[in-house]
Design a protein. Structure first.
Length: 399
């Protein structure tokens, strides 16, 4: 009996001990569980992924929104200007499903502004979504409430001096003015503005644009004045006097010249941006040979700017267009047309400009890059004075 009772006691003690150990083991797990942080670490990584995703998703969403709009309307973008042919081709290939509606390729910067004004309440195909205008036209369009802000993803690469801080307008490319000369028609190409007054250039010299509306033509008149040694507003007045003399001598051809008019000899000497002259020479493939001559006196540079209309019928397509223009692909398309893309310095630093493309770009050494205020002052004098001082209407070329 004693032995059996002892066994019962022993068994009871073992059960109690096991119960206590089990309870202690459960408590140990309970106190250690909060130390296990791995599931929390996974959760904390999720937001990092979420913050990165919109960078990709935003472009996808923008493209989808642009596709829903179905169209992009541009204005004043001739295909042989800074190689917009390559720009259009690249955009359409990258973003199919968006019709590109091109308005008046031969228009000037002033015409682009007027097109926005005239179509404020028109959501149809005559209302431009985007504009590409001379530097001084950007701030004016902003002040008049004609454009809306948008900062492209490569915004930081655009020099501060070439963009509006709030994103209303932003530089796209630049070059210098030059004489574009058909060497078959002109045996002795002019070297300086003063040469254009010589009798041998009778009936041969033209502007690229109308000086009442065209940034190109306005700056050309100013450059002619600068070549005389005058500066600032005096140079603008001197430019008007220069073209008065050019017209009176019979050397001036009052036609808004283009690559075709130069090629066929209608305007064998045209003052245009150096990049357009060089591209025209490539496109004509030596038939005829085109000389590009940058005068040393009155060497004037010009920057153009992009902006989205405040009344754009297709705002998402407009933003997608801007993203393409300021991507490496879009910038290199312009560079292939011999003009300097505005992100050139940043892209050179990043090694994204092919060496052969950089080598083909013309020099801008010694060129005068005027400020917006300087351009506006000259522009006011030239547009007001051309009708009375020069007194001739510049007409569009034959189709």
């Amino acid at each position: 009996m004693r032995t059996k009772n002892f066994a019962y006691y022993l068994l009871a003690l073992l059960v109690i001990a096991a119960t206590l150990l089990s309870a202690c083991g459960g408590a140990a797990v309970a106190t250690e569980a909060p130390v296990v942080e791995e599931p929390v670490a996974v959760v904390t990584e999720a937001p990092a992924v979420a913050t990165e995703a919109p960078v990709v998703d935003s472009m996808t969403a923008l493209y989808e929104a642009a596709q829903a709009e179905g169209m992009l309307t541009t204005i004043a973008l001739p295909h042989d200007w800074c190689n917009y042919e390559a720009v259009f081709t690249g955009f359409k290939a990258k973003y199919p499903g968006i019709e590109v509606n091109e308005l008046n390729p031969g228009a000037g910067s002033g015409d682009e502004i007027e097109a926005i004004k005239a179509n404020k309440n028109n959501p149809g195909p005559q209302a431009p979504d985007v504009i590409d205008v001379g530097l001084a036209f950007g701030p004016t369009a902003k002040a008049d409430g004609l454009i809306q802000p948008y900062k492209v993803s490569t915004w930081d690469d655009i020099p501060d001096s070439a963009k509006d801080a709030e994103g209303y307008w932003y530089g796209d490319y630049y070059g210098v003015l030059a004489f574009e000369v058909n060497t078959v028609e002109v045996a002795n190409p002019p070297a300086e503005y003063a040469d254009l007054l010589k009798p041998e250039y009778n009936g041969q010299v033209a502007l690229s644009g109308d000086p009442l509306t065209s940034n190109n033509a306005i700056l050309t008149v100013w450059a002619a004045g600068l070549s005389t040694g005058a500066t600032g507003e005096e140079a603008a007045q001197a430019g008007l006097e220069f073209f008065k003399s050019l017209n009176e001598s019979g050397n001036f051809v009052p036609i808004d010249g283009n690559s075709k008019s130069v090629g066929i000899g209608e305007t064998p000497v045209m003052i245009d941006w150096n990049y357009n002259s060089m591209l025209n020479n490539v496109n004509l493939a030596g038939n005829p040979e085109i000389a590009t001559i940058v005068p040393s006196k009155g060497n004037l540079a010009g920057v153009y700017v992009q902006a989205i209309s405040a009344y754009a019928p297709h705002p998402n397509a407009a933003k997608l267009w801007m993203e393409y223009l300021y991507s490496d692909e879009g910038q290199l398309a312009w560079a292939s047309g011999f003009c300097y893309p505005i992100r050139y310095n940043a892209m050179m630093a990043a090694g994204t400009v092919p060496a052969e493309m950089s080598a083909q770009l013309p020099s801008t050494e010694g060129a005068f890059f005027p400020t917006i205020d300087e351009i506006n002052a000259a522009k006011a004098i030239i547009t007001a004075g051309w009708p009375t001082v020069v007194g001739v209407t510049v007409k569009a070329p034959a189709p």
